[in-house]
Unconditional design. Sequence first.
Length: 73
Amino acid sequence: MLYNWEADGSAKGCDGCTSYINIDNESAPYGFHPGVINVVLADGSTRTIPETVETQTFLNLCFKADGNVVGDF
């Protein structure tokens, strides 16, 4: 699960979430535009990622050099 964790290793408040974006702005992906976050990619381009992005696509964006194809978002 992608979310912020407490010092004791327990997850903080997102069991059963359908989205990992805009839950809070503590350390989860968060944007000030409703329903999206803005990101900068390694090639210097900027993109908007919606809350409705497929979980696997979002995970593929988070991990570099894993060989996975990102997919459309």
